[in-house]
Design a protein around this ligand. Sequence first.
Ligand code: 5GP
Ligand code: ZN
Length: 113
Amino acid sequence: MDCLFCKIINGEIPSNKVYEDDLVYAFKDINPEAPVHVLIVPKKHYDSILAVNDEELNIIGHINKVATIIAKETGIDKSGFRIINNCGEEGGQTVNHIHYHLLGGRMLKWPPG
Ligand code: 5GP
Ligand code: ZN
């Protein structure tokens, strides 16, 4: 499959790895929007959250757990952080391999634009 994040996961395209286990891969966003901006992706390809069936939903909990591990490692657990999943065109999804943004290290605005 011609998928950018699948190629990053399998090493075809280089990335700055932050965390890896059997289920997920996490790497620095190429265009960071905050001092800490990490993308956490399941190694299994899903186009978006809409493609994750009920039996596989544990991956979403695992991604949130990994986000807290990375938050602690980078120190933003103390200052605060945000976990974001953009889904579909109006949600701002530009890469069709489900991914969660972990953002922190500065005051984040709310609501989003
Ligand atoms: P989305 O807009 O789909 O929620 O997020 C996609 C993210 O992937 C963007 O923040 C973008 O900067 C990041 N991105 C796109 N291409 C690459 C790449 O080749 N390497 C890395 N590390 N990040 C990328
Ligand atoms: Zn993929």
